[in-house]
Structures are given as C-alpha cells and as structure tokens.
Design a protein around this ligand. Structure first.
Ligand code: KIV
Ligand code: NA
Length: 264
C-alpha cells in the first residue's frame, strides 16, 4: 500500500472518508499498527504519562520526543508519522520552535503537532515556511492542564465555542494541514469541520470530525483509562496479566521450561 502523505488526508476529507490515527511510541506497536492499516501514527507526548510514568505531559521533554520518534520512524514505512512538540519546546520563541521542529523531522517525523490557537499562529507559520508541516491541537490541550483546571470539555458556551472556531481558522490560515479537536461538544466539532478545508481529527469530539485519534493504550484496554470518549477495543491489560501470571505459575510449578524449550 502506498505511503500516506498529507495530501491523502485532505483527499479523505473531500471524499468524506473518515481516517484513523493512533499514538505509537515504540517499534513493536508501530509495526502492529502499520499492519493494521492505521494511516497516521502520532508519537504523542502522552508517551510521558503512558510509558515514562510522568504525572502529566507537562513533564515530557523534547529529548523524550526525539527518542520515541526515532523508534517509531525506524520501524514503519507506510503511515504518516506526526510527532508532538513537547511543552516548553515552542512556547519561548519562534526561533526555538523552528529548531525543535527541524530536530523532530531529523529524528524521523514527517510533521509536528503543537497545542494552541491564534496565539501560536506565528510559530505555525514559521514552521511551515521552514518546511515543517504542522498539525494543530485545540479544545482540551493537555499541556495546559494546570491553566485549564483539569480535564474538562472545552467550548461549551457560545463565546468559548466562537473562540475555538476562530482558533481553528487562525491555524488553517497560518498553514496547519490538520487540526486535532480534543474534548469539545460534537456539534462544535462538526461546525469547525464544516468551516475548515483542512481535516479535523477528533478525540472526544464526536463522529463528524474528518478523522479520529486515540491513545493506543486506552484503545487497547492496557492503560486502564476508560473516559466516556474511549472505547476499549481489546483487553490487553487482562491478556498480558493472565500471560504473566501463567508464566509465573508455570515456573513455580516446574512446568516451564520443558524439554522442548531446552538444549541437549
Ligand atoms: O499525545 C497525545 O496522545 C495526543 C493525542 C491524544 C491527540 O496529543
Ligand atoms: Na499530545
């Protein structure tokens, strides 16, 4: 199957053909998701909470992102690979932002994602001008969990909804090629999807977005997180737990390894 490019996502929007994005942080899962036909792999800064044990993505560093982006990029060919700009790597200045975007592309990403709207339009424009494609991220933006007073649906009242729509417009005008909408009312996500010509990708934003994204460990029932917007498509936590317990019991009972696992 042909390499997924940015233009394929725009074509999908035009054809009203929903596409799936999934996070990936390592070689093994990235290969599984490529074989499953996932079009876009996001090396999300959620690697910090899911894999590295941080309390929020505020703690995920740019160096973390380079490490995990490399792991995914070395392992797959077909999916479009998007990497998050870490908190702190694009807030300080346009120059730092462009340098960090270039480093993510050198690590193997094909696009970067940053959180925020009109306020970050100058940085989005500078990245795009430098040849670094940018995916926007609006609504509940996890790196601002402290400023937003926790995980809450955004854009509920009219003024906030209008601001969100304006932010989407600003990102598009600045050259963003797609926009993630996280924890926003479905009707608002549908409205933004309608007024933008770049694809929207929803997480907790209803079915009318052009694409959907989930944190893979949530989707597969490994993280234990079961927010309202998550459907667990597997029970990896149960499966892996049963495998580990079975292995332990087999060792303790002297059943494993058997002769067939042993060398003469
Ligand atoms: O880091 C992440 O996993 C994300 C998605 C949930 C959009 O940014
Ligand atoms: Na993220």
């Amino acid at each position: 199957p042909a390499k997924v490019r940015i233009r394929h996502l725009q074509e999908a929007k035009g054809a009203r053909r929903p596409f799936a994005m999934l996070t990936a942080y390592d070689a093994m899962t990235a290969k599984v998701f490529e074989e499953a036909g996932i079009d876009v792999l996001l090396v999300g800064d959620s690697v910090g909470t899911t894999v590295l044990g941080y309390s929020s993505t505020v703690h995920t560093t740019h160096q973390d992102m380079l490490t995990f982006t490399g792991a995914v990029a070395r392992s797959v060919h077909r999916p479009l690979i998007v990497a998050d700009l870490a908190f702190g790597s694009y807030q300080v200045s346009v120059e730092e932002t462009v340098r960090h975007g270039i480093e993510l592309l050198r690590a193997g990403a094909e696009a970067v994602k940053l959180e925020g709207g009109a306020v970050y339009a100058d940085r989005v424009r500078a990245l795009v001008d430098a040849g670094v494609p940018v995916m926007g991220h609006l609504g509940f933006t996890p790196q601002s969990v402290n400023a937003l007073s926790g995980h809450r649906v955004q854009g509920r009242d009219h003024a906030a909804a209008d601001r969100l729509a304006e932010d989407a417009q600003a990102l598009q005008d600045a050259g963003a090629f797609a926009i993630v909408l996280e924890l926003v009312p479905a009707a608002l996500a549908a409205r933004i999807t309608e007024i933008t010509h770049v694809p929207t990708i929803g997480i907790g934003a209803g079915r009318d977005c052009d694409g959907q994204v989930l944190v893979w460990a949530d989707m597969a029932g490994l993280s234990g997180f079961e927010g309202k917007f998550v459907r667990t498509f597997a029970d990896l936590r149960g499966e892996l737990g049963r495998a580990a317990a079975d292995y332990r019991a087999s060792v303790e009972a002297g059943i494993y390894p058997g002769p067939e696992h042993s060398f003469e």
